[in-house]
Design a protein around this ligand. Structure first.
Ligand code: BDP
Length: 692
């Protein structure tokens, strides 16, 4: 069968290694879950299952808790502990006959249960004696689209936006439903349709009708729609003199606007707000605070149970940029309304290839916080590089903040375990565009998949996620894949790929040494006269004849002080600071002795070289699997690996040759020699406009 990636992990291929064997289906045919199972069944076996009134031997029963067949099972106690989205999948014996039951309190739980069951089937796991109970880690699992109303996507590398605003509401692209299904299949239950750099237009009556049309398509899949708003909207759209959050007319404007939205979309989710950040308007324009701004909007949304996600991505110049969000927000702890969640990027700066977690996690003890992860690879090779991000996110979610004692990990301080959260949430900046395969790189799909799976269950291992995704996404008659039989070489390529990108871009805690604006290639030398210092790489790497790195210890910017003990002491001392964050927290001499026994300079050289060599290995791994991979996807991934390989060499040569002008030391002779001249590399200017 021809494959172009458009079906994602939902290929429901007839060749899939089905352990299937259901004879009939019963329960509640009005449920979307029921429909979806039958749809998948048709694709897998050409025919849906016969619908019967009562489950018979090898039957499947799909229903909510209130259905008589489920009530008869007397599981009410267990069902009560599941909340609205949790589910049970169990094999029961009725009169000696095995029946598989998928049930939950609410229809959405049943839908997630059905997709779990389908996943078991698609990945060739056993269907007998199932005893599955799942409850999500986060209640709101939300994609953030950075899609502009003109169809471009900020930091999007998979073509234009999937939202065809100019055709809406009259024309509904069939992709909207595919999108909703894909998200529901991995537990994503909300979406922010437009860029955080929002224009006021999204709040006009015209756009509200368009949003309503999208909401109608995704609603059956239990997905709620949110939008990003521009704080100045009352001034721009409402002709008010300003947007001061304490001005009664402004407050009234928001209330009326929110009422207008809910009249059209009764289950609307709420707003995402980027305010007083990177030049966008906000409450501080009027001498007010983040709390004033967020609470005003929260008040308007409150009667409808809407939510405000207020971003903490702020960095007014002044101090070490890594400290700024914390400094600006910590004083507001406990001062936000109940329906405000502060949305915090995983790291303190900006989605770098690797950052330590943001010190706001755990530090705000009375305010619900939600992590914002970036699925789109703005700083990780766009859609050209293969970088499976589950390991990076696992590292963040499992990081111990120590804020509430040992074990208060980032996932636990954000999912309501320590800080009461009326709604716990996690966001991922989408990597989706109108490309046939949705994400540009076929392996970019794995990051969308991984975000959903981790948002549902933050304890899942990257390996489990990669196995599931590979088994569902690849595989054919020639090679049937199950979670156990996925090719080990491709699996390990995926699992190591984030570290590999870090190795050839920014190892050992280096960060933000990218080219200006497009964030693709290396430009550690970049200098733009008049630019803010913290927009330039030099600010971050501080290379000099003496050494390299950013001193954030007590003798430097003291960013370490924003972390809880014992972390702050560990980070403060190069001997205990994890080497992966070494140059994030320390400025060290070129001859500093690393744990490997090598000098810092040599270690850097070896990291870059390891990155290059490993990408070359990825090319070999991919090529030797050619015989069983469908032709188009094989070729497309192969050609992107070539680009990645060349880029890795570009990175290695640029960074090592440039830093060598400071270290004045030879590149260890066992390492492949540079093939570029530094002066030539300095002339490289990519024509990659960032759509803003
Ligand atoms: C940066 C991006 C920029 C975004 C900004 C944000 O470069 O395009 O608008 O983050 O998150 O990473 O607001």
């Amino acid at each position: 069968m021809a494959e172009n990636g458009s079906q994602l992990w939902l290929r429901f291929d007839k060749a899939a290694p089905l352990t299937a064997g259901f004879n009939s289906i019963s329960g509640d045919p009005a449920l979307k879950a029921f429909d979806e199972f039958q749809r998948a069944c048709r694709l897998m076996t050409s025919a849906p299952l016969p619908v019967v009134n009562q489950a018979g031997a090898n039957g499947l029963l799909i229903a909510t808790a209130s259905h008589p067949a489920i009530r008869a099972l007397k599981w009410s106690k267990e069902l009560r502990s599941l909340g609205p989205e949790g589910y049970l999948i169990r094999t029961v014996r009725l009169k000696g006959k095995p029946i598989t039951v998928v049930t939950a309190n609410q229809p959405q739980g049943v839908l997630y249960g059905v997709y779990h069951l389908l996943r078991i089937m698609q990945t060739g796991q056993s269907l007998s004696d199932l005893t599955i109970r799942e409850v999500p880690t986060y209640q709101l699992r939300i994609l953030n689209h950075w899609d502009n109303l003109n169809g471009t996507v900020e930091r999007g590398y998979a073509g234009h936006s999937i939202w065809k605003w100019n055709e809406l509401p009259a024309v509904l692209s069939p992709r909207y439903e595919d999108y909703a299904r894909a998200n529901a299949s991995i537990g994503i239950n909300a979406t922010v349709l437009n860029n955080v750099n929002a224009t006021p237009d999204i709040l006009t009556a015209e756009y509200i009708r368009k949003i309503k049309a999208i909401a109608a398509v995704v609603r059956p899949f239990h997905i709620k729609v949110f939008i990003s708003i521009n704080f100045a909207s009352p001034r721009v759209l409402g002709n008010l003199p300003d947007a001061d959050p304490l001005r009664p007319e402004v407050r009234r404007w928001w209330k009326q606007k929110v009422a207008e939205i809910y009249r059209e979309i009764p289950d609307f989710g709420g707003f995402l707000v980027k305010a007083n950040s990177e030049g966008l308007p906000g409450p501080m324009d009027y001498g007010r605070t983040h709390a004033d701004g967020a609470n005003m909007i929260a008040e308007a949304l409150e009667p409808y149970k809407g939510i405000v996600m207020w971003r903490a991505f702020v960095y007014e110049p002044g101090d070490d940029r890594a400290k700024l969000a914390y400094r600006e927000f910590i004083g507001f702890d406990g001062r936000f309304h109940d329906n405000v969640i502060i949305q915090v990027k995983n790291g303190p700066i900006d989605f770098q290839p690797r950052e330590p977690f943001s010190p706001l996690f755990g530090a705000m003890k009375k305010t619900p916080l939600m992590p914002e992860l970036q699925i789109t690879q703005e700083y990780l090779g766009h859609s050209n590089h293969l970088a499976f991000l589950a390991p990076m996110w696992e590292e963040v979610l499992d990081a111990d903040t120590y804020a509430f004692g040992e074990g208060s990990t980032v996932s636990k301080v954000t999912n309501g375990s320590f800080v009461p959260a009326p709604v716990s949430a996690i966001a991922g900046v989408a990597n989706i565009g109108e490309d046939v395969n949705w994400t540009g790189h076929h392996f970019g799909q794995a990051n969308w998949y991984a975000f959903g799976r981790l948002a549902w269950n933050a304890q899942l291992s990257s390996e489990t996620i990669a196995r599931e995704w590979l088994a569902m996404t690849f595989g054919s008659d020639k090679k049937k894949l199950t979670v156990e039989t996925v090719p080990e070489d491709i699996l390990s390529m995926m699992l190591g790929s984030h570290q590999t990108v870090v190795d050839y871009m920014m190892p050992l805690g280096l960060h933000h040494i990218f080219a200006w604006d497009h964030h693709y290639g290396p430009e550690p030398w970049c200098d733009i006269p008049g630019a803010r210092p913290d927009w330039l790489p030099r600010y971050y790497h501080n290379a000099s004849k003496e050494g390299l790195g950013f001193n954030r210890t007590a003798s430097g910017s003291n960013a370490v002080a924003q972390y809880s003990s014992p972390l702050k002491e560990w980070f403060d001392d190069p001997a205990t600071c994890p080497e992966k964050y070494l140059l994030w927290f320390h400025h060290l001499p070129w001859n500093y002795r690393m744990k490997s026994g090598r000098t810092l300079w040599d270690e850097l050289c070896f990291s870059y070289d390891r990155g290059v060599q490993t990408v070359r290995d990825y090319q070999k791994i991919w090529d030797r699997n050619e015989s069983w991979i469908d032709a188009q996807r094989f070729r497309e991934v192969q050609s992107r690996l070539k680009i990645q390989s060349k880029d890795a060499v570009w990175w290695k040569d640029a960074i090592l040759l440039y830093f060598q002008t400071y270290s004045q030391q030879p590149i260890p002779y066992s390492i492949e020699r540079p093939v570029h001249e530094l002066d030539d590399l300095k002339k490289v200017k990519l024509d990659m406009k960032h759509h803003n």
